[in-house]
Design a binder for this molecule. Sequence first.
Ligand SMILES: [Zn+2]
Length: 214
Amino acid sequence: MKDIVLTFDDGPDSRYTPVLLDLLRYENIPAAFFVVGNHAKAHPDLIRRMIDEGHTIGSHTMTHKNLLLSSPSYIHDDFAACAALHKNLTGEPLHYFRPPWGINTPLTGKYVRKYGLTQVLWDVMAQDWEAQASATSIVEKIKTRVFDGAVLCLHDAGEDTGGAKGAPMKMIESLIYIIPWLKSQGYHFITLDQYIEGVNAHDIPQRKKNLLWA
Ligand SMILES: [Zn+2]
């Protein structure tokens, strides 16, 4: 059995996220959503639905600003706001963080530890946000790039964070093909908790590069 973790960034978006959730429910697989706080705040119903349907929610900052270009006080306030919002929307403490564009700074590490978070990056992207992307191009990229233990990063929103208009629908269309294909190749879709447990239990160094621990 091979493992894979599906993650989706930049949402939720009321046009795309419900369709994606329907598909994940149909395929009976879990995913992790790194949500933009202001989008989450605007769609508490979608956050509730993610939790109810067994998905994991992590923070992707409140506004998707580049943290390298943000002041220390902005970063401080952003981590505090995301932790409070997550607690407010889900009733649970926040556990996971992914910085916009994967850009780390010494301060993000400090606040990841302060808030007891695990920072999660990724192994595989499929340029699903690009204007020239098609369902076929996304499928082909995932097929050639995927491997056992990979964390996949896709986008269920993003027109305000650099993605092309309508791109998330092409990404969802690609999943209609790629999820059954991955299953047919022996891939098992695991949760972020399971991924981290696996990394800890088996001490898989090459997977640790994706994680910054508390
Ligand atoms: Zn993002």
